[in-house]
Design a protein around this ligand. Structure first.
Ligand code: EPZ
Length: 419
């Protein structure tokens, strides 16, 4: 257990490199099971969610080694198709092993990850998609048992919601299924395109990833490959919020600016100036931020739900009233109570938070309730008077490789105390 201690008031300056994307690394590591060969995955962030994924890969029979941000997965000897409850529950997104196990073994026995801090996280879309591809699935008391006579077969699948995880499971399972599978209303997140790039390098035939319609021509077998994970757009945008709320000026290196269009638009509405050059993004902030008006979280390329908590901190210290609508997850405002204890003026009504900007926040002890809520608390500490103690940093460590190191590089007064 550890706390992060932040002394507010320093303006963020300088430059920092952005880590590889957690939400790309997790499905790609799981997809190694389907590849059946030796994979070298580079730019993998060192996170507790990545460690949990490696534990599952090892349990399934893969040989795994890690050298800092490079992970080697030898999946040539997968000898199980079941994942025990305790391993599934270490990480919310472990459901993404469903497609890889069905692709490789035709069978899968795992557990629904269950609800988490931000919502119920149902898996009905995943199950329905696998059933359409010929898997006979039984789900009982949170246990999912799947089997299919022979290979899965192709299907024309229309998703009622562009679910990221479901799109990923279908793409992986369809890579070695019989025939051509089409996904309609697929998720378009950049992490989907990164997964498809990885699988195509493994010999798959996937077209249209990143668009609403994805076509996968099943191939008999895949092989291992080398792949470098894309930059983490959420971590990049989180650091940009840090610059915005401290009147700072920072440059982020090794980013993909094109993945941040919706977020950059909000920064510009708030009075920040954004400049991009190649894989770098520079943000310079005004002394006083203006409200960005209404911010509605949407599937990509809309404003990302993972940025809702961080952007609520910017709204809390912007002049005017900001309306934040969380349209993706049903319980993603837990950080608001913590922000209000720091002096913010935010009212929540269902899926909407109404934020009346205040001059300053005041440091105090606050709690992380989930990964993005926890990073939002760290950001609030940067802009607050006095000292802020952010407890339960294990949530933050699930998705941020070294938040205190990166922010210290940018001039923040922040340190970790182990308790
Ligand atoms: C991925 O979660 C990300 N996680 C989340 O990031 C992100 O917030 C989310 O996509 C949306 O962008 C990873 O990639 C590991 P969904 P995922 O399936 O795949 C409902 C973070 O902080 N739904 O697109 O679970 C669901 O309840 C995490 O990095 C069903 O109803 O998201 C939610 O309301 C948090 N039935 C909505 O769809 C299903 O079968 C979006 O879920 C599946 C999903």
């Amino acid at each position: 257990m550890s706390n992060l201690i932040i002394k507010g008031g320093n303006r963020l300056r300088g430059e920092v490199r952005v880590q590889g994307a957690k939400n790309s690394a997790l499905p790609i590591l799981a997809a190694c099971v389907a590849s059946g060969g030796i994979n070298v995955i580079d730019n993998c962030p060192q996170l507790t969610d990545v460690s949990a994924t490696l534990k599952i890969l090892t349990y399934l029979g893969c040989k795994v080694s890690r050298d800092k941000n490079t992970i080697t997965v030898d999946a040539s000897c997968v000898n199980r198709y079941d994942i025990p409850r305790e391993l599934m529950h270490e990480m919310r997104s472990s459901i993404v092993f469903l497609g890889p196990l069905l692709s490789r073994t035709g069978r899968a026995e795992l557990y629904t990850p269950g609800g988490c801090e931000i919502g119920l996280r149902p898996v009905d879309l995943h199950i329905s998609a696998m059933q359409q591809m010929g898997s006979d699935i039984a789900e009982e008391f949170g246990r999912i048992v799947c089997g299919s006579e022979g290979r899965l077969h192709s299907a024309n699948i229309s998703l009622s919601f562009p679910s990221v995880g479901t799109t990923e499971n279908i793409i992986i399972a369809a890579s070695t299924a019989e025939g051509t599978t089409v996904i309609n209303n697929a998720a378009r997140e950049p992490e989907i395109s990164d997964l498809a790039d990885f699988l195509n390098k493994c010999g798959a035939d996937i077209r249209g990833a990143g668009e609403s319609t994805v076509v996968i021509n099943g191939v008999k077998k895949l092989h291992g490959t080398y792949h470098k994970i894309i930059p983490d757009r959420i971590v990049a945008a989180t650091y940009m919020i840090g610059a915005a709320i401290t009147g700072g000026n920072i440059t982020l290196r090794e980013t993909t600016p094109a993945h941040l269009t919706a977020v950059s638009d909000i920064f510009e509405k708030s009075g920040c100036r954004i400049r991009t050059e190649g894989d770098s993004i520079n943000i310079s902030a005004p002394k006083i931020l203006k409200t960005a008006g209404t911010i509605r979280t949407m599937p990509y390329p809309g404003f990302p739900t993972d940025m809702q908590a961080p952007v609520s901190v910017m709204a809390a210290v912007s002049r005017g009233t900001t309306f934040i609508i969380e349209s993706i997850f049903e319980n993603r405002f837990k950080h608001i109570g913590e922000l209000n204890r720091m002096g913010a003026n935010i009212k929540v009504d269902g899926r909407m938070a109404v934020v009346e900007g205040v001059e300053k926040l005041c440091g105090t002890k606050v709690f992380s309730h989930d990964l993005r809520g926890g990073t939002a608390m760290v950001l609030a500490g940067l802009a607050a008077y006095g000292e802020t103690l952010v407890a339960e940093t294990e949530y933050i460590d699930r998705g941020c490789q070294d938040i205190e190191g990166d922010l210290r590089t940018l001039g923040a007064d922040i340190h970790r105390e182990n308790i």
